[in-house]
Design a binder for this molecule. Structure first.
Ligand code: SF4
Length: 64
């Protein structure tokens, strides 16, 4: 399963996580499927949404 367009490769995912952990998730999101972290999309900021790297939505933005 490709995880392009999923939370693990989205720039809004998990910015509160330690930098090295976030890089690992972006490189290999399938190995971090059990991680739950914040979605920081401005569209849902007031909801404090928690997602996993395998989640997805139409606001996906590629991580830098
Ligand atoms: S829910 Fe959408 S915007 Fe939030 S991290 Fe996942 S793909 Fe990105």
């Amino acid at each position: 399963m490709s995880l392009n367009n999923h939370c693990g490769t989205c720039g809004h995912f998990g910015t509160e996580l330690p930098h090295q952990q976030l890089i690992q998730i972006r490189v290999n999101p399938e190995e971090s499927a059990d991680v739950v972290a914040g979605c920081h999309s401005p569209e849902v900021a007031n909801l404090h949404l928690q997602v996993s790297p395998q989640g997805s939505c139409d606001a996906w933005t590629p991580a830098a």
